[in-house]
Every structure is written in C-alpha cells, then in structure tokens.
Design a binder for this molecule. Structure first.
Ligand SMILES: *Cc1c(COP(=O)(O)O)cnc(C)c1O
Ligand code: SF4
Length: 325
C-alpha cells in the first residue's frame, strides 16, 4: 500500500493497514464492506487509532468500537433513530438546551471517527455554516446561561480559525462563566488537538474550562493522549472523562478498573459511565442494567471513590442524566 492515509474511509485499506497479525481476528468478525453501509453513517477511523489497535493488549475490544459488522442490521424493538430526544429539544439549528441554564452546541456534524455505537448515528444533524453567529445571537437572548458545552460531532475538528471565532462569540457574553468541550480527539486525532493548543492554553484566563474526553478502553490511552492532557491540565483545565459501557469492549471489572487508573495517571477523572443510548443498529453493544450494577459494585471495591464513574443513562425529556440504581 502507498503511504497510509491519516484517516481511513475504506474498510479494506484499514484492514490491510492492520496487517497479517490481525488476519485471524478479522476472519472471525462478520465485518461489512463500505458498500453495505448506510451512506449517512459511513466508516471512518484514524490511522492513529489503527496504531492503537496494533499496539493494544486487547485489540479485539478497540476493533469492535470502529469496525462495522452485520450485527448493525439487527432490527431490535426499542432501538430508534433519535434515542435521546435531541430533535424535540432543539431550540435553534445548533443549540440544544435540555438542562436548566446550560446549553449544548452542536458545533459541527464532523467527528474524528465513526464509533459504531454512536447515539447520533441516525440523527440527521447538519453542520451550520456560521455557528459562531448563531450561537452569539442565541446567547444575546439567553443571558441566564452560564455553561456552554461545545459538542458535536467533535468541536476540535473545526479549523482553528472557526473554533476561535466560536469561542470568541461565546466570550462576548459575560454570563457564560464555564466553557466545556466534549471531544474524542485526544485518542482519535491527537494531531488535530495540537493545532488548537496555543488557543486552548490561554482560555482558563477567561472561563472555567472543562474538557470531557471520551475514552472507553485503557488501550486507547498512550503517550500522545498523556501529552495533550498534561498540557491542558497544567494550563488550568479540569479534565473529566466519559465512557460508554459496551459489551465485549469494556464490560468487565478488570478493564474498567484499568481504565479509571490509567485515566487518573494521565490527569483525568472518570466522570460518567453511560448506559448505551438505544440508537437503531447498536443493540449488540448493550449491557443489561443488572450486569452494569454488578460491575459498579465490583469496581467500587477496587478503586478509590474519586476514580469510580457515575453510571447514568439519558432519558429523553428528563432534566438531567439519570443515575442507574
Ligand atoms: C449530557 C448533556 C449535557 C451535560 O450534562 P451533565 O450532566 O452536566 O454532564 C448538557 N446538555 C445536553 C443536551 C446533554 O445531553
Ligand atoms: S466520538 Fe461520539 S459523536 Fe463521534 S462517532 Fe463516536 S460516539 Fe459518535
């Protein structure tokens, strides 16, 4: 193969890049071809993540997060297109306000990856070309909002210029004291996070800054994520992580314990462990509440309290995430 791309869009190129060591694993996986996929949720995986897979202690777990399989076509009752009720909550094109005095911005439809379990896999959201202008004028009429969450898609896939002009539009509103970024790029496209470094480093002078990363497995953390988290942390950012509880990816106490400990070693506190949102095509990742609660009981005996994430699920229409008890 010629020089491997930074992002694989072709499943065949991705599998070829993984190389012969993965032949058995892949032969045992009912993976799909690009042409089998719904064009609205294609394949996408970074070379960085492919390298993480190659170096992983549990490569099958990471592979399962990104490689489409025939299981996506199982039609399971209760798994629907808009599981978290984003469409009714949308107050304008790119602002979702479900919770009191806090707003989430769909900054872009672009993500650094297509996680096959994504809750937005069937969500018809579009990138708004002038997200900075929209958000600025929305905040003009919502002066009670104190926390703005940049989500997506992945906000750090915006070009540095677009990202900066969005943050500046928010910064013009003194009511907003907390700026939060939800991103999977520290483990998916560290190269893109680097491009934002200088700007991110200075933001704690204006906002209380929170990064909520999305890491599901300890093998996703490496030297590069350590560098990113280190830089942000020493610039004054609060670093939290959310994971999704996923069958045959991280649904065992040992993996979850390792994940918490490794996150903490990299300066990140485990925040949420999400029960899967029931998007159509993701039922094969489901872990039952009973099993999830057993796992929580087990990891609580192995970790300090501050490294135990909260097990939650999102229920459409609720005023906060709902604890699973
Ligand atoms: C999850 C979510 C938030 C953040 O909720 P926290 O419990 O504060 O992490 C905010 N807005 C929307 C629309 C959300 O889905
Ligand atoms: S990073 Fe989040 S939004 Fe992007 S594909 Fe994965 S689950 Fe979906």
């Amino acid at each position: 193969m010629e020089q491997a791309p930074i992002v694989f869009a072709q499943i065949s190129d991705f599998l070829e890049y993984l190389g012969p060591d993965f032949a058995t694993l892949i032969a045992n996986t009912p993976f799909l071809a690009n042409t089998d996929l719904n064009p609205s949720f294609p394949f996408c995986c970074s070379r960085h993540y492919a390298d993480l897979i190659k170096n992983a202690k549990e490569p099958a777990a990471l592979l399962r997060e990104v490689l489409p399989t025939k299981e996506e076509y199982q039609d399971v009752p209760g798994f629907v297109d808009d599981p978290v009720g984003d469409l009714p909550a949308g107050k304008s094109e790119c602002v979702i306000q479900k919770y009191d005095k806090r707003a989430l911005i769909v900054t872009t439809a672009t993500c650094g990856v297509r996680c096959r379990f994504c809750f937005r896999r069937n969500y018809p959201f579009q990138s708004v070309p002038n997200v900075d202008v929209h958000v600025g004028s929305w905040l003009d009429t919502h002066s009670d909002v104190w926390e703005v969450i940049l989500s997506g898609g992945d906000p750090l896939t915006l070009s540095p210029a677009k990202f900066q002009s969005l943050v500046e539009a928010i910064s013009d509103h003194p009511s907003v004291t907390t700026l939060r970024i939800h991103s999977r790029l520290p483990v998916m496209r560290p190269d893109l996070v680097q491009e934002h470094f200088e700007f991110l480093r200075d933001l704690p002078a204006r906002f209380d800054c929170v990064l909520v990363s999305h890491v599901d497995h300890p093998d996703e953390l490496d030297e590069e994520s350590l560098n990113i988290f280190g830089l942000l942390r020493y610039s004054g950012w609060t670093l939290l992580n959310q994971s999704v509880l996923l069958k045959d990816v991280n649904d065992n106490a040992e993996t979850l314990t390792k994940l918490s400990r490794k996150l903490f070693e990299q300066g990140v506190l485990p925040y949420y462990l999400h029960q899967l949102d029931h998007a159509k095509g993701v039922a094969h990742y489901e872990v039952s509440d009973t099993r999830a609660l057993e796992l929580m009981d087990e990891i609580r005996t192995k970790l300090p309290g501050y490294q135990v994430p909260k097990l939650v699920r999102e229920i459409a229409g609720e005023k906060s995430k709902t604890p699973v008890l």
